[in-house]
Write a protein that binds this ligand. Structure first.
Ligand SMILES: NC(=O)c1ccc[n+]([C@@H]2O[C@H](COP(=O)([O-])OP(=O)(O)OC[C@H]3O[C@@H](n4cnc5c(N)ncnc54)[C@H](O)[C@@H]3O)[C@@H](O)[C@H]2O)c1
Length: 266
């Protein structure tokens, strides 16, 4: 092989939930590695803003309105991307939600919400793109799971949906490997994004600022559980995705890569 195996020139990458947070970090890392980008998000305002940053990097970009819980919306989004950018080589299933209530209060709706986006969303968008991957004889799936999927114990519906996402990734890798399609997961650790604002109620209704201050809870978990003692960033996750999307990772499939400063070691 000649050239740098980590570069993505001539590739088109689609990122669900790519408008903000970790998705934005993935989009910018992929664009910096030379990929053209499609951002598939329900929030078009943030998606367009991030698209402007991709253009500034000199890459082609397309924004599509997609709700990953809706298979029809995913198929329509994939068709628009194929028309606009002429192909898809990498699909990053990043869109995700966390439960809005504490484990003491969750009910079946929280499971439906977490499974709908974090698991069925991966299935829907992958299914929309797979016919194209098959036709071109190659493709890369990268599913954003979480270290919460490695071990239960808190955020019950969210953690269960992320464990299921890792399992789905292994099934995709097994089924699609013979068609030259790799499927891997990335498990971010603690990344300070707008998702943390959705955790209202997770820490209970205590008036104790130590309990309700989400940033303080984030920092104290970091200090006690993270060997590297530093928070992870959207860019950190983006760099792992670039690797898994690149030729350098052509023989890696069915894996779940923790990007978590060592919080989980398996
Ligand atoms: N922030 C963390 O600490 C952390 C840790 C581990 C894993 N993760 C995972 O990383 C991914 C990104 O998380 P984040 O922290 O950036 O969250 P975020 O809430 O900041 O961003 C989520 C993005 O997904 C989009 N989205 C949500 N529902 C969607 C739907 N139905 N269809 C299409 N797009 C949808 C949102 O519009 C947004 O752009 C998620 O899968 C999350 O579970 C986050």
């Amino acid at each position: 092989m000649s050239g740098n195996p980590f570069q993505l020139q001539g590739r088109v990458a689609t990122v669900t939930g790519g408008g903000r947070g970790i998705g934005r970090g993935i989009v910018l890392a992929l664009a910096q590695a030379g990929a053209d980008i499609a951002i598939a998000d329900i929030d078009l305002d943030s998606a367009r803003k991030t698209a402007g940053e991709v253009e500034a990097l000199g890459q082609r970009v397309c924004v599509v309105s997609v709700d990953v819980t809706d298979a029809i919306s995913c198929r329509a989004g994939a068709e628009t991307i194929l028309e606009d950018l002429g192909g898809i080589h990498v699909l990053v299933n990043n869109a995700g939600v966390v439960q809005a209530r504490s484990d003491a209060e969750v009910d079946a709706k929280d499971f439906e919400r977490c499974y709908g986006v974090n698991l069925v969303g991966i299935w829907n968008m992958s299914s929309a793109v797979l016919p194209h991957f098959r036709q071109q004889g190659e493709g890369r799936l990268v599913n954003i799971a979480s270290i919460a999927g490695r071990r239960g114990g808190m955020l019950t519906p969210y953690s269960a949906s992320k464990a299921a996402a890792i399992s789905l990734t292994q099934s995709q890798a097994t089924a699609l490997g013979p068609e030259n399609i790799n499927a891997n997961a990335v498990c971010p650790g603690l990344v300070w994004t707008p998702m943390w604002e959705q955790l209202e109620g997770m820490f209970g209704d205590s008036e104790d600022p130590q309990v309700v201050d989400r940033r303080a809870t984030f920092d104290s978990f970091l200090a006690s559980a993270c060997p590297l003692r530093r928070e992870q960033t959207p860019e950190d996750v983006g760099h792992a995705v670039v690797f898994l999307a690149s030729e350098a990772a052509r023989n890696i499939t069915g894996q779940a890569l923790n990007v978590d400063g060592g919080i989980q070691m398996n």
